[in-house]
Write a protein that binds this ligand. Structure first.
Ligand code: K7E
Ligand code: CUA
Ligand code: CA
Length: 645
């Protein structure tokens, strides 16, 4: 992005800057240039020489955050992998990486995008290859029961192609991917926490998805340059079937998404109420908005047939534009004005407040849940009155996590800090109480934090122990590894009055958003059940080569250290399907099969069946070998594929 020459109205005024007297403008000098704001600051801002902020924990204290060899972490962290397209799992507090789950990417470690089973989840092109090879994951969330994680599913978005992926938590593998019609830039996503109308349904049944980029509807080439005709849709996906349930046409765009604990509201902040196509246009207004969708009303409208459709899609689209929602008592959506280009909307664990950060305003707006509901009842004359506090907390506020004591922790991208502030004090201050102490602490992070989140903080079981700052720049924090740096997730102990930096965890690009989940919530299976796979070969004697014209099925089983077929023969021109069942039942005894020159490599875990299909287009002898170290005779674990000319 190019630097911005003149954007005076994006800057906080002098008074605000004074308020931020410890602001670490120094951090902007290098990294900040990338968002184009440093240039406009440089002539006005007096960089603070040193930040008078909390120091890291004393060296002797670090031991208590160590996880000795052989012991297990207390928390799982599920992390989106950004433009790697995958999801990562690491342990906390150790920071040990435990697993990478391929979702929208290709992964030859497990064969994602290579096996027929994974391609069935991803979707295929006419040539049998995965429909897409790229993805950009931003947000990960577990499914809920009764306001806390239930360990059933994890949902993750793909911003590039507008897809929602679902990971089943027992095997920690992606089992469904849904492509959302008529959107681009699918960014924020959040599962609901209970049903808005049926109290008996106290678990996740919907996943809400926001479209950040507006596009012509339909995007069929008839409208191109005129951005005023572009629109965004807010989407609801059925969490069980993963089918798109409905969409809502809005003014402006969607960014992040949050849901209320009572299931009634889904929120999205929007930074482009201007409907601009260029960033200067997107920051023209002083105020943007945070939208609150009335889920029950939207679903009643769909039921009553009050919807349209777009292009070839049959998904019901309700009208949630401002013009169509003037009467609060029938409105599907409430537009709450928020300054300026807000980023991030997060709900407090008590379900009372949403924090929506200004990004280009040094404020976080606190929106009271009950007041939004009151607006829908016609009991609040102005939606802006749902904002009950708007503390100035620092420069470039983005995402907010909450502890269990009424405190909020917001990442300050430009200040390279985390600020701890008290929500009730912010409300008192907003109401004129001069003594209310809103900002309680600040801590430097290294550098430019994006997401920040607390342990269990997006549930009613928020425990106030840890905060992680997922930083966008690591610069000098790790051994240099060439121009592409390691990224950092910094671990902060928030259990005391003062925040303590207790670990830098290096992470592979790019950690985007994560959640910290108590380990007792996650219950995995350690081996598969052979009956889960319709193609399973349950007895090695069923192995063999089965021909039907030029379609050939090769059935093989694996048991360390051998494949059931020592060799198999096919002919050039055959369409070959290899079905491989791992009959080993020993935990952790994974085999794999790679075929040179045929670009095949995939694993089979204990009792799992996977298959691949390819054209035998190269004659010769090909050693099919096990790529996953399994046995003293692992190197000897091979079969031969003869492709007869
Ligand atoms: Cu803030 Cu994609 Cu979650 Cu980036 S979004 S930080
Ligand atoms: Cu089987 Cu290595
Ligand atoms: Ca804007």
């Amino acid at each position: 992005m190019k630097d911005i020459d003149k954007t005076p109205d994006t800057l906080p005024d002098e008074g605000r800057r004074k308020f931020l007297n410890t602001a670490a403008f120094a951090g902007l000098a290098g990294a900040g240039a990338s968002i184009g704001l440093s240039a406009c600051n440089s002539d006005k801002a007096a960089p603070a020489a040193t930040a008078t902020v909390a120091a890291p924990a004393e060296a002797s204290e670090f031991g208590k955050y160590e996880v000795p060899p052989g012991e297990l972490d207390e928390y799982y962290v599920f992390s989106s992998g950004g433009h790697s397209g995958e999801v990562r799992i690491y342990g906390l507090p150790s920071g040990r990486e435990l697993k990478r789950i391929p979702v929208f990417n290709m992964d030859c470690m497990v064969g994602w995008g290579i096996t027929n089973e994974s391609k069935a989840v991803i979707g295929t092109r006419p040539d049998g290859q995965p429909k897409y090879h790229t993805g950009d994951t931003h947000h990960v969330h577990l499914s809920y029961t009764d306001g806390t994680y239930d360990g059933r599913y994890l949902f993750v978005n793909d911003k590039i192609h507008g897809r929602l992926g679902r990971i089943r938590m027992d095997t920690m593998e992606c089992d469904k991917i849904t492509e959302i019609p008529n959107i681009q830039g699918f960014h924020g996503t959040f599962p609901d926490k209970r049903d808005p109308v049926d109290a008996a349904i106290n678990h996740t049944t919907r996943v809400f998805c926001g479209a950040e980029f507006s596009i012509p509807l339909p995007n069929d080439g008839s409208v191109l340059e005129d951005a005023s005709q572009y629109k965004s849709l807010f989407t609801c996906i059925n969490a069980d079937t993963m089918e798109v349930a409905w969409q809502a046409l809005i003014d402006g765009n969607c960014d992040l998404v949050a849901t209320s604990y009572d299931g009634k509201l889904a929120a999205t902040n929007q930074y482009n109420t201007e409907m601009g196509a260029l960033y200067e246009e997107m920051m023209a207004s002083e105020m943007d908005a945070c939208l609150f969708f009335n889920v029950a009303r939207i679903e009643a409208a769909v039921k009553a047939g009050k919807f349209t459709t777009v292009g070839n899609s049959s998904v019901p689209v309700v009208d949630a534009t401002k013009a169509a929602n003037q009467d609060p008592k029938s409105a599907l959506v409430c537009y709450v004005p928020i300054p300026k280009n807000p980023h991030g909307v997060n709900i407090s664990p008590d379900g009372k407040y949403y924090a929506c950060s200004g990004k280009l305003s040094p404020t976080a707006s606190v929106i009271e849940h009950e007041k939004v509901l009151a607006w829908f009842d016609g009991a609040l004359d102005d939606a802006r009155k749902a904002v009950v506090a708007e503390p100035e907390i620092g420069l470039g506020p983005l995402h907010t996590g909450f502890d269990n004591k009424g405190n909020a922790y917001t990442t300050l991208f430009l200040d390279s800090q985390i600020v701890k502030w008290n929500v009730e004090a912010a409300i008192k201050s907003f109401n004129g109480d001069q003594n209310a102490q809103v900002v309680l602490d600040r801590i430097d992070v290294h550098y430019q934090p994006g997401h920040g989140f607390t342990s269990m903080g997006e549930t009613r079981e928020s425990d106030g122990r840890y905060f992680i700052s997922d930083n966008k720049f690591s610069k000098d924090r790790f051994l240099p590894v060439g121009p592409l740096h390691a990224e950092t997730a910094q671990l902060i102990d928030i259990s005391g009055d003062k925040m303590k930096l207790v670990a830098d965890h290096s992470v592979y690009s790019e950690p985007h958003d994560s959640i910290i989940v108590r380990r007792d919530i996650v219950k995995t299976r350690q081996i598969y059940s052979i009956d889960d796979f319709p193609l399973a070969i349950k007895d090695p004697k069923e192995s063999g080569v089965f021909r039907d014209g030029n379609k050939v099925t090769v059935k093989i089983t694996s048991q360390a250290p051998a494949f059931s077929l020592r060799d198999f023969k096919v002919k050039v021109g055959d369409e070959v399907t290899i079905i491989l069942t791992n009959l080993d039942k020993v935990e952790d005894l994974t085999h794999a099969m790679a075929i040179p020159k045929y670009d095949i490599n995939f694993v089979v875990n204990p009792q799992q069946t996977q298959s691949v299909t390819f054209k035998a287009d190269k004659p010769g002898v090909f050693w099919c070998y096990c790529t996953n170290f399994c046995h003293a005779l692992h190197l000897e674990m091979r079969s031969r594929m003869y492709v007869e000319a």
